[in-house]
Design a protein around this ligand. Sequence first.
Ligand code: 2P0
Length: 619
Amino acid sequence: MNESLSHGKVILMGEHAVVYGYGAIAIPLFSHSVTTTVEKSKADFLDCSLYKGKMMNAPTQLNNVCEVITEVKKRLKIDETLKITIDSQIPSGRGMGSSAAVVSSIIKAMYHYKQIFLTQEQLLELVHIGETIAHGNPSGLDGVVVNSKTPVLFKRGKGIVPIQSRLHGYLVIRDTCIVASTKQAVADIAELIKKDDKSRDSLDQLGKLSESSIRLIEEGNMKELGLKMIQAQSLLKLLYVSHPLIDQLVDKALAVGALGAKLTGGGRGGCVIALCQDEIVRDAVIERWNDENLWVLDLNVRRVESRAHANIALVKYWGKEDEEQVIPYNSSLSLTLDKLYTDTIIETSDKDEFVLDGVKQGKSESEKIFRFIDRFRQLSQRKNYIRIASVNNFPTAAGLASSASGFAALATAANRYFNLNLSKKKLSEITRFGSGSATRSLFGGFVIWQKDEIPYAYEFDSADWDIAMIVVIINREKKDVSSKEAMRRTVYTSPYYPAWVENAQIDIENIKKAIKKHDFKVLGEITQSNALRMHASMMAAIPPIIYFQPQTLTVLRFVDELNKRGLECYATMDAGPNVKILTRQSQVRVIVDELASLIDQKGIIICNPGEGATILNES
Ligand code: 2P0
């Protein structure tokens, strides 16, 4: 069985003005879709809400559907007879793109049935055949929007441009159930503007409102967009295309806090839309509009995918002055790595769920993640459930900074999903509650996590000089003492801890100078001694924390030996047995060849400086 989906559409701004060359903006109505299935059958058979029976006996309202099916059968050389089942949730005859969505879903399902690739051009051309039968002279707008993932701007004769929407909140749509002729409304306006300059002026203003709304949609400026909708409604009223019921519904929506409300489509009946910034206003509008013929379009992003790279500290963060507020004892400095990263998807769901590397996580892991997510929920006032799926392209929790890239990717996706638009600095202030080192993975190159009243991270240097890091994996298994617990134990029980903090503060100042001067020798020496001092402080804790394994020592001594032979390489380690070698891109090959006698090649990852966290895609 082959199933294909298309959705409805709603016009946000620009109806009527579009006839005079201005742009109109339409939004895909994801909440309302059509699904079509195609299967072999004894006769050509149609099954939809309007009709169930042989295609040859279908009523004339389905002429568009039958014509398109015949045309596709011809093009794809389908000789067998088919049963086509159409399940549409889009009300027909309401300007919501029902006919285009139905026809387009059928076309996609038939191509899928024949396993033939369908291009966008072929799809639109075939939809046009159906739309010409249904509407006479279609603009082509519906065919595009019912298959689009983004809002679109449509201009007569100029085609369609996608708009990257940052809108959030909800659009409530209410059917007045008054049937009106769009054709008549268009003709009446044409007469009106011939006689009356003021009407011409209203029409121009309407067109300009529509075009200036594009920027507001891209910026997610809901308030301004709402005001433009209110102005558009007044102008449409002046052009005599509103209706007393439309006016009443608009007033009711505005009275309960909608940011804007107006008719959509031809007017004099049809549908009304209200723009609502949150769930509270949405529900208030639904209550005031109290009707069965009412739909809600969720404008919020439904799926975001982000990527953040791991970072390795050259001056480490080890210990919290304030555990609850996650204030480190000292500032730290790291290098972001290009080859190690986490990809995270956040999507709207009917329950909270966290999946890591394809495995659904249990209560305690999930609770930690969702406590973090609740900070974003609180800021955005969006309370819906989400599914989080993260994939690390390297071993998790083995001292390779997976929590750093993990929480940085999660924070980046959440910032977008919850439409907060926080700057990276602000985002780093929240990210620390997931993991301190994750603040640094938001940025690329050399990054500092600055100790302060509210600690924050920033890019210190882009690292676009001859720098590389070789990651040597000695053990891929999850460590048995978490860094959080190891830090705490070191702070409370190690007599060397105060000396570590004092020294780290000196290291950070000196390493900054070395980076600015591109002094690789000093950079490497500080990196190596800082890591060993961190491990010395934790070995002195009670009970001791020993992340070293026999091979760790072998590699450390090997690096030391290479260094003595004149190669520029220095070792660092984190909360695990694996070793990272800071070196020059120009010396990587020699070092890796030398390492081959000690370490399996599969355990060696060659990294260059990496970029900051980014959004990979969204819909
Ligand atoms: C660092 N590490 O600077 C140090 C060096 C490991 C060794 O930061 O408790 O997972 O979640 O803030 O960030 C690892 O600790 O600790 C870490 P929390 P995190 O990279």
